[in-house]
Ligand binder design. Structure first.
Ligand code: NAP
Length: 281
């Protein structure tokens, strides 16, 4: 049995679908109920990952555990090792942690302290582990969905700074392999897309998928900061803006790990945009 946290999100949802399709018994964890169009036959467990004790009955009898820290869970909380202890006591043998490439490129970044703490706890646990350090998600472009729907406009900073954003479906596919197959224990993979694309190029890909023009309006760093601060902690906002605006060379490089694990190239941004078209219509 495989327990998947973040199960209704960008990564968790395709991961649950891939595991269920492969015939695995999956338990999908989220706080809210599963949406009506969720893959059939998947068991749901309602739990709050901020309260580790609520995960104990969910993990009981599981073989593998996909651990994703969404939203506020990237902020301070109970000691990360306590959750790994609970998993071990429940009989879990393998854990796959979704982390961030920032832990590789900017060790000690305040914005990623919690993920870093979880990486350490996973490494120090007695479990077989794989760590997935993802670059920026293609799905971050969903932040533009409302203005594309309403005004066919994208407002974003750093219009011409390219990053190899990764399709969450590729992260899910790599996670499914690491959860189900041997040979990935103790590995840390950096997951990127197949090419670096700028926000302006991403907006153009969305326009192409729509078959309509989309106007790009470049925001200043300060404007972007004010916007992001409405729903992200300050430290995370500044860390995010640094990566988007002043990426290090390693953050602009296309990594080999998606292709190495999946034996196929990573999906380009345009494929994500075409698949996610209903959000922008
Ligand atoms: N975005 C990026 O560029 C990027 C880059 C590297 C790494 N990451 C990592 O990926 C994470 C985001 O993944 P995503 O985009 O797939 O997430 P997402 O689409 O925002 O989905 C979040 C999922 O987690 C569940 N969830 C949220 N808080 C929870 C809680 N307290 N207890 C239990 N379930 C909870 C949500 O369901 P409910 O709300 O119903 O609980 C939902 O299923 C980030 O937080 C970060 O750790 C992101």
């Amino acid at each position: 049995m495989i327990v998947v946290t973040g199960a209704t999100g960008n990564v968790g949802r395709p991961l649950v679908a891939a595991l269920a399709e492969a015939g695995e018994e999956v338990v999908a964890v989220s706080r809210r109920p599963l949406p009506p169009d969720y893959p059939a036959g998947v068991r749901h467990a309602q739990a709050d990952l901020a309260d580790f004790a609520s995960m104990r009955p969910v993990l009981e009898g599981a073989d593998a555990f996909f651990l994703l820290l969404a939203g506020d869970l990237n902020g301070p909380g109970e000691s990360a090792s306590a959750l790994l202890d609970i998993a071990e006591e429940a009989g879990v043998e393998r854990v796959v942690l979704l982390s961030s490439q920032i832990n590789e490129t900017r060790p000690g970044a305040v914005s990623h302290a919690r993920l870093s703490e979880f990486e350490e706890a996973v490494r120090n646990s007695g479990l077989d582990f794989t760590i997935l350090r993802a670059g920026g998600f293609a799905s971050n472009a969903l932040a533009w969905a409302e203005s594309v729907r309403a005004r066919r406009t994208v407002l974003a900073p750093f219009a011409d700074v390219a990053l190899p954003v990764v399709d969450p479906a590729d992260i899910a596919d790599v996670a499914a392999v690491a959860l189900r197959e041997d040979g990935h224990t103790g590995r840390t993979y950096v997951l990127t897309g197949p090419e670096a694309v700028t926000p302006r190029e991403q907006a153009a890909a969305i326009a192409e998928a729509l078959g309509e023009e989309v106007t790009f309006v470049e925001l200043t760093r300060e404007q972007a900061r004010a916007h992001l601060s409405r729903f992200m902690p300050e430290a995370v906002v500044d860390g995010t803006l640094d990566v988007l605006g002043k990426p290090l060379p390693a953050e602009q490089e296309v990594g080999p790990d998606v292709e190495k694990v999946l034996q196929r190239p990573a999906r380009p941004f345009g494929e994500w945009a075409a698949r996610t078209l209903p959000a922008f219509r």
